[in-house]
Every structure is written in structure tokens, then in C-alpha cells.
Design a protein around this ligand. Structure first.
Ligand SMILES: Cc1ncc(COP(=O)(O)O)c(C=O)c1O
Length: 370
């Protein structure tokens, strides 16, 4: 098991960039490797704590230590973000109510809707920007799922106000922190019960891993979630946790560059005649633009670039974008012509030239074709 050489002391609390690089490494002892090795084992010699590969793995532990330290709690890795969502929704008893943002990641909403359709839970979808409405919805809730910023509308929730209303009702609050990452927002410091990550995105950061994670400060809840994860086998792949930990080592550097690229692109995109709207919450590396000429114009843009890759998902080193409503399950309240852009770490001028060229193509379209 890796021992973390970075255990904080009151005199020397480590900053996030240092934690990203150092947390979850083997102890500084002669001949120890600097990186936790990939332990490919399904079974362990009897008599210890692990016994079987579904209950633990030293490579998972290293990743969990690092992300847990960054979020300020105890972390559990899952096979994917949605496996973590499913395990969290399982906390809700029969007929219990789940409150969720109407514009949360569509896969999470599909799970909530499926449980409701099968009579397992009741749900209320809310506009997270309408704090009064969310607070009202929390009154009889069992679990409140918050996403801030939301995917792909980029709306911001008042997390402390929601946490306080939910806790009054005795409900758990889960904050999906995938877009902000622990470097820009730490929901556990705002009293949320659980932080959720699609570690597939910024945490791993290279479009080569599917992985999820939850982090909590509540030991009892941690035990319940671990038991459930291990019981249903929603456990991560060993290589995936190793890759994600390798990605996490550069999270701060990647995010700093991607965010500065995003801010510059927002500056250049704002007021562009082809765009009805540029949505950006002021931080992070995701921008949503709404094409003034709707879906056809948006589809044309996503086919007209050479650097920007037309692909789903986000949070990687390379810039990707997609029209979200191309997915039939995306809600109709997301504009048809909305393109979610995940800004990477390339040179911003190259990203701009590629994008501006695609936007210029719209002007060249014969009248009446858009
Ligand atoms: C905000 C958010 N949460 C959760 C998920 C689900 O994660 P995964 O794809 O790792 O299952 C996603 C995936 O796109 C996401 O964007």
C-alpha cells in the first residue's frame, strides 16, 4: 500500500498544485519507486485486508489518495462516472425523492428518469439558477444532485443555499464537480456530503480512460458506498486508475492553460455575428456557443474544422466540440444550435484561426440554406 509522504501538518499545509504532483506516491525510502506500480492481481494471499481484487488494489488506492487529498475527503474510484451516479442513487429508499438539475449531464438524468419510470423513486428536475425553486424542491427530498456548472448549459448553482435546505430535510447533497475540478471548486468545504467526478474528463485528461470517483468526509457514508461498489462490482480498472493518476499529476498545468485559452476564445467569440449567445461561467475550460442560425449552422461548424475534433466528451488536452442536441435524449430546453466546446491546451491562435475559419464558412452559404 502506498504511504503518502505528503501528510499535511498544521505548520505546512500543501497547496493544490503540490498535492496534484505529490499525493498518493510511495514513501521516500531507498529503492522505492517514485510511482505506484500497476498491480495486476485479481486475488491476494489470504489473511490481509484485501483478499480479492473487487475489494481493493494498491493502484486504485494511490489514485484515491491523490484525488481525496485534492477534494479534502476520502475517495472511492468507480468503473465510470455513471457507475458512481448509480451507486449514489442507490442510497435513496423506495419512493424517495431525488432532486436534480434539468440540465445536468444527460446520462445522470437518464438514470434518474429510468428509476422513476420503474417506480423506484420520485424525481423533481429543477433550474439550478432558481435558488428559491431548488430550496422548495428540497423540502421532502432524500437526495439532491447538484451540477455546477451544468453540462452543457453552464449554469451556476448556489451550493451553500441548496446544502442548507437539503440538510434541513435530511437529504444527502451530491455535487458533480467534473467541470470545475477540485482546483476551482471544493464542494466538501461548502458542506456537500459527496463530490462526484467523471474522472474520464479533466482528472485523467487525455481521452484514454473511463473512470469515476466519489469523495466524502462522512466515514459512515464512505463505508456504505464502498460496500455497495464492491458488492455490485462497479470497481475501476487498474490500468485506468494508473493512467488517471498520471493525468492528475499535471491537472493544474493543463487546467491553467485550457482555462486561459477558453477565456481568450470567449473574448474573441463574444459579439461574433454568427453567434446568438456565448455562454461561459467565468472559469474552467468549457464554453457553450449558440449559433444564430440554429442546428444546420452548428452542424456545419462541427464539420468544418481541422484542429477542433467533432467528438463527445470533454476535459482533454485536445480541443473537442459537438452540437449537444444531436443526442436525441438531450432536453429540448437546450438550444438546438448549442455547441459545447471543450478547450484544450493547444496554441490559442491556432484554435482561433481554425474556429474563425469555420464561422466564416457560414457567411459563404447561399441565402436560405441555413
Ligand atoms: C458532468 C458529468 N458527470 C458525469 C458524467 C458521466 O461520466 P462517465 O462518462 O465517466 O460515466 C459525465 C460524462 O460526460 C459528465 O459530463
Amino acid at each position: 500500500m502506498p504511504t503518502d509522504p505528503t501528510t499535511p501538518t498544521a505548520a505546512r499545509p500543501l497547496r493544490p498544485a503540490t498535492l496534484a504532483v505529490t499525493a498518493g506516491r510511495p514513501a521516500h525510502e531507498p529503492d522505492n519507486p517514485l510511482n505506484t506500480p500497476i498491480t495486476m492481481a485479481s486475488t491476494y494471499v489470504a489473511g490481509g485486508d484485501t483478499e480479492y481484487g473487487r475489494y481493493g488494489n494498491p493502484t486504485w488506492t494511490a489514485f484515491e489518495e491523490a484525488l481525496g487529498r485534492l477534494e479534502g475527503g476520502r475517495c472511492l474510484a468507480f468503473s465510470s462516472g455513471l457507475a458512481a451516479v448509480s451507486t449514489l442513487l442507490d442510497l435513496v429508499g423506495p419512493g424517495g425523492k431525488v432532486v436534480a438539475p434539468r440540465h445536468a449531464y444527460n446520462g445522470s438524468i437518464l438514470q434518474v428518469a429510468d428509476l422513476e419510470a420503474r417506480g423506484r423513486i420520485t424525481t423533481e428536475l429543477v433550474d439550478v439558477t432558481d435558488t428559491d425553486a431548488v430550496v422548495k424542491a428540497c423540502v421532502d427530498a432524500a437526495l439532491v444532485l447538484v451540477e455546477s456548472p451544468t453540462n452543457p448549459a453552464l449554469e451556476i448553482a448556489d451550493i451553500p443555499a441548496i446544502v442548507s435546505a437539503a440538510h434541513e430535510a435530511g437529504a444527502y447533497v451530491v455535487v458533480d464537480n467534473t467541470f470545475a475540478t477540485p482546483l476551482l471548486q471544493q464542494p466538501l468545504t461548502q458542506d456537500a456530503d459527496v463530490v462526484l467526478h467523471s474522472a474520464t474528463k479533466f482528472i485523467a485528461g487525455h481521452s484514454d480512460v473511463l473512470l469515476g470517483a466519489v469523495v466524502t468526509r462522512d466515514d459512515e457514508l464512505f463505508d456504505v458506498l464502498k460496500k455497495r461498489r464492491d458488492m455490485i462490482g462497479a470497481t475501476p480498472g487498474t490500468f485506468e486508475t494508473w493512467l488517471a493518476l498520471r493525468g492528475l499529476r499535471t491537472l493544474h498545468v493543463r487546467l491553467e492553460r485550457a482555462q486561459s485559452n477558453a477565456q481568450e476564445l470567449v473574448r474573441r467569440l463574444t459579439g461574433h455575428s454568427a453567434l446568438g449567445e456565448v455562454r461561459y461561467p467565468g472559469f474552467g475550460a468549457i464554453i457553450s456557443i449558440v449559433l444564430a442560425d440554429g442546428a444546420i449552422a452548428a452542424d456545419l461548424i462541427t464539420r468544418s474544422t481541422t484542429l477542433w475534433v467533432h467528438a463527445t466528451s470533454l476535459g482533454s488536452v485536445e480541443s473537442t466540440f459537438e452540437r449537444r442536441r444531436r443526442w436525441k435524449s438531450e432536453p429540448a430546453t437546450i438550444p438546438d444550435g448549442l455547441v459545447r466546446m471543450s478547450v484544450g491546451i493547444e496554441d490559442v491562435d491556432d484554435l482561433w484561426d481554425d474556429l474563425a475559419g469555420a464561422l466564416d464558412q457560414l457567411k459563404a452559404q447561399p441565402p436560405g440554406t441555413l
